[in-house]
Write a protein that binds this ligand. Structure first.
Ligand SMILES: Cc1ncc(COP(=O)(O)O)c(C=O)c1O
Length: 457
């Protein structure tokens, strides 16, 4: 088979600056050893997130020029609504400025104190929005997902038995809705099978509990179903996405991922009463329901981007990037989550640094070493991001300690990726020099964004 090439050529370039090792060390100290607080221009390859960091296509830029900026009922809104409906077949479409705004409206409208919201794995903003309303966010990820080295096609699946037990123990009235996140970002960007979505839906139907998809990476998940699940190789990614949404009563979306846009999101549902309540909040918090915090040009870019994300050649290339990185890292014996995720490669920090305890945040050790060594910005998905506290204030660690290398869509080339692998290899060889960390400042919610660290000697 020939090399899988980028299915595009580059028309506009953006320079990247490579600062010296000393300057990087100084920048990281100034950022209190938290890469979220670095200046982006000091990061030579920025793999902090795949969210909103992608490159738009010529078709998207052209569509932006057609943006209708009318306050109400613009042509751009009509385009957006029609596109989202053609993929999801869901009745009510509410645009939001990004995914978490959709989550906040959903949570504020439907969650009462003490309610339980199951998910395969909640993303950090989803969890925060649920907990902010007094809800309890529970993860029921399938057991094989915890074995990071096991190659399995659908490690994002929900454990249906655990979900069922939760409903029987707590009663359906305590569960206003259940979520499934496709792909499962916090569990390693792993795919969820159609069969699993169907089985979850079957259980929920018995108890009349609605299913809400967190569908940020619906196109990447559709690609995995196409490649890995029996009966789907003959279907288009659009048909697969349509079937996925047919099991959902509602969905939250960040168009900064598979909308291939730099901003945007939506909240969609079939229930008229929900839609009415969502709309009231949307108007108060985001904007009129036909723009919801977005410019007309953003709605246009998203409408084009959503369909581009369902293009098979694009997904083949996207997945080839993850495969390339993961194969090279496996050949170097570097512990990573297998198989690689749809949008990212995850280093298993607990195995990379087995001598650093979870509550000394081995992931932060690797993240900071990658930055110091090569100006690579990555992110910890471990006990800093997902740790919690028990009723006595004792800190509890996360089940997995991961470092995510998230790839912006259509941004970096193979030589950037080769450089990345060289940097990771150097850090791997020098891993005995990496220390643990402690937190010297943290906020009440989403602490990873702003906390300060200190190295533990
Ligand atoms: C699975 C998942 N859900 C929700 C969100 C939140 O979306 P946004 O960043 O647009 O608020 C993200 C963002 O990374 C995500 O990955």
């Amino acid at each position: 088979m020939k090399t899988i090439i980028e299915p595009f050529r580059i028309k506009t370039t953006e320079p990247i600056k490579i600062i010296s090792r000393e300057e990087r060390a100084e920048a990281l100290d100034k950022a209190h050893l938290n890469v979220f607080l670095l200046d982006a221009e000091d990061c030579c390859i920025d793999l902090l997130t795949d969210s909103g960091t992608g490159a738009m296509s010529t078709a998207q830029w052209a569509a932006m020029m057609l943006g209708d900026e009318s306050y109400a009922g613009s042509k751009s809104w009509k385009n957006f609504e029609k596109t989202v409906q053609s993929i999801t077949n869901i009745k009510h479409i509410l645009p939001t400025h990004q995914g978490r705004a959709a989550e906040s409206i959903l949570a504020h409208t439907l969650i009462k104190d003490g309610d339980i919201i199951p998910n395969n794995s909640h993303f950090d903003t989803t969890r925060a929005n649920i907990e902010f309303e007094g809800g309890i966010a529970q993860n029921f990820l399938c057991a094989e997902a915890l074995d990071t080295e096991k190659e399995a096609p659908f490690k994002g699946n929900m454990d249906v038995d655990k979900l069922h037990d939760c409903i029987k123990e707590n009663g359906a009235e305590k569960i206003p809705f259940c979520m499934i996140t496709v792909t499962n970002n916090t569990g390693g960007g792993q795919a969820v099978s159609m069969e699993n979505i169907r089985l979850v839906k079957e259980v929920l139907l018995r108890y009349n509990i609605p299913l809400v998809l967190d569908c940020c990476r619906f196109a990447e998940n559709s690609f995995f179903i196409h490649e890995r699940e029996e009966g789907y190789s003959g279907k288009s990614l659009l048909q697969i996405a349509q079937e996925m949404f047919s099991y959902a009563d509602a969905a939250t979306m960040s168009c900064k991922k598979d909308g291939l846009a730099n901003i945007g999101g939506f909240l969609i549902c079939n229930n008229d009463k929900w839609a009415e309540q969502f709309k009231n909040l949307l108007i108060m918090k985001e904007g009129f329901p036909t723009y919801g915090g977005l410019a007309g040009r953003d709605l246009e870019a998203i409408a084009v981007g959503l369909m581009e994300a369902l293009d098979y050649d694009y997904q083949i290339y996207r997945n080839a990037t993850m495969q390339y990185v993961s194969k090279r890292l496996i050949a170097l014996d570097i512990p990573i989550v297998r198989p690689s995720g749809g949008h990212a490669v995850f280093i298993d920090a607990a195995k990379f640094l087995p001598n650093i305890p979870a509550l000394q945040y081995p992931g932060i050790g690797i993240v900071n070493a990658l930055y110091r060594e090569g100006g690579i910005r990555s992110v910890e998905l471990g006990s800093v991001m997902f740790g919690s506290f028990d009723d006595n204030g004792n800190e509890l660690s996360s089940p997995l300690e991961l470092v995510r290398l998230a790839f912006p869509r259509r941004v970096y080339t193979q030589s950037h990726v080769d450089y990345l692998i060289e940097v990771i290899e150097t850090v791997w060889k020098q891993r005995n020099q990496i220390s643990g960390y402690s937190i010297t400042y943290q906020s009440q919610y989403l602490r990873h964004f702003t906390c300060h660290f200190e190295e533990v000697s």
